[in-house]
Design a protein around this ligand. Structure first.
Ligand code: DLL
Length: 429
């Protein structure tokens, strides 16, 4: 659909959405009234900027069902975040919401080369987390042969991947890497022995060098899929096989990029916090939801011919930025530097503590299995070289500690890359 038509569709959907949330969700009625925002006055997409933002705490305050816009009878499914730092955030879906979700993910499977003939193996966790069941509905909508593995049980995953001739794999990037390494340990060459053509990986950041490493080991094209449970789950945006940014499902979501301090929109191409308004959701619609994720609109159009605008890969979250001796840095920037060293494996952990008002960072990195771990001098040399590279690239002083292969805990879902010990009881939720 040409962008102009797409924007007309967005406006039509936005107008009815604003009136719907005003009439059906007490929270939005109060918010709009308090902000003097009249949902009936909206005449252009720009008017959305007059509406107030929604944040995660609003969902927690209205736990469990206070943000539902439909009666409980119409709800066919709920998902929820883990809620380790407070109450969980609960999101509900009507039958129609699930259909829209299925359509979004079906498009994503097609855009990385899949079809109804694909064998689609899902190794995202099934359950309250949206990864597994979200990908599942997409695969079935498209008519793929879906293998609902959930995460874990890596050897079995690998066996079925071979026996069932899986061609598309969906899981987190860190789990894809673990599956590749496990297959190699089992004496296989996944790039040759598997029929995999693409992997749809998301739910956590993945640097460009990590992506290349997964592509090389598995012999696939990796496309990045993005989403968050509050807004729907996976499929809010996804790359096509051109890998030049994630096409936002703009018929169902309006994306805005705002300056996280001033909350004013930034021009296309500039980085800022991603904000979404859900246009089609019946049960859990959100107006201007602040994701805390940092991205930008990729200017121009994609060679694939899709007209939906692209957001760049997530560079970090406003709440995972570290300030190391006054320098701002995101974990993804650290990953980009360390994965450039051939002696180390892409398994690392950033341990953050406080020294006075400053963040103190220790970086634990595993070496590759054939590295001679007994040679202290070699280890020290490697530590120094990595520290020097981090200093010259990112201007940060970090204590690098090389650790033995397999000593960092493997993840079957989202990897825990940052251990933040600054506040007791703090977590990344
Ligand atoms: O992670 C939904 C999902 C499942 C997306 C499967 C993709 C694939 P939550 O658990 O609510 O939902 O976590 C959402 O994860 O705000 C981002 O910070 C991060 N995230 C999700 N996708 C990506 C990605 C799912 N492609 C939070 N790149 C989001 C970087 C991502 N970060």
């Amino acid at each position: 659909m040409p962008q102009e038509e797409l924007q007309e569709l967005q406006l039509e959907r936005l107008k009815s959405l604003l009136i719907r949330v005003y009439n059906n969700i007490d929270f939005y009625r109060d918010q709009f009234d308090a902000a003097n925002f009249d949902p009936y006055s909206v005449e252009s997409l720009d008017d959305l900027a007059k509406a107030p933002f929604t944040v995660k705490q609003d969902l927690r305050d209205n736990y469990p069902f206070g943000m539902f816009a439909v009666p409980k009878d119409d709800v066919v499914r709920v998902h929820a975040s883990s809620g380790t730092t407070g109450k969980a955030t609960v999101v509900g879906y009507t039958k129609h919401d699930i259909e829209v979700w299925g359509e979004c993910i079906a498009r994503d499977i097609v855009s990385c080369g899949g079809s109804s003939q694909s064998v689609f193996q899902i190794a995202y966790g099934y359950g309250l987390f949206t990864g597994g069941l979200g990908a599942h509905v997409g695969g079935e909508t498209l008519g793929c042969m879906v293998i609902p593995m959930s995460s874990g049980n890596s050897k079995r995953q690998i066996q079925l991947m071979q026996d069932f001739e899986t061609d598309i794999l969906a899981c987190t990037p860190s789990y894809a890497m673990l599956l590749a390494d496990t297959a190699i340990e089992m004496g296989l060459n996944p790039a040759k022995d598997f029929k995999l053509s693409a992997a749809i990986l998301g739910a956590e950041p993945c640097s460009e060098s990590m992506r290349k490493e997964i592509e090389r080991k598995l012999g696939v094209t990796v496309v990045d899929i993005y989403g968050l449970s509050e807004v729907m789950g996976p499929g809010v945006a996804c790359e096509c096989s051109y890998q030049t940014g994630l096409h936002v499902a703009e018929d169902h979501f309006i994306i805005e990029i705002v300056d996280p301090k001033t909350l004013l929109p930034v021009p296309d191409g500039e980085w800022g916090e991603v904000v979404f308004t859900t246009l089609s959701k019946d049960c859990s619609p959100l107006i201007r939801y602040r994701t805390r994720d940092i991205s930008r609109i990729v200017p121009g159009t994609c060679e694939c011919g899709r007209t939906m605008r692209r957001m760049d890969r997530i560079s970090g979250r406003t709440d995972d930025m570290l300030i190391i001796r006054g320098v701002n840095v995101f974990p993804s920037q650290i990953e980009e530097v360390i994965t450039g060293f051939s002696e180390v494996a892409p398994w690392y952990q950033i341990v953050v503590t406080k020294q006075g008002p400053m963040d103190y960072v220790e970086l634990k990195i595993e070496v590759v299995p054939d590295f001679d771990f007994d040679e202290i001098r070699k280890i020290e040399n490697l530590q120094n070289r990595i520290a020097a590279e981090l200093k010259s690239n990112l201007q940060i002083a970090v204590k690098v500690r090389i650790v033995e292969p397999k000593s960092i805990e493997r993840s079957e879902g989202k990897a825990k890359r940052v251990i933040d010990l600054r506040k007791a009881g703090a977590s990344n939720d």
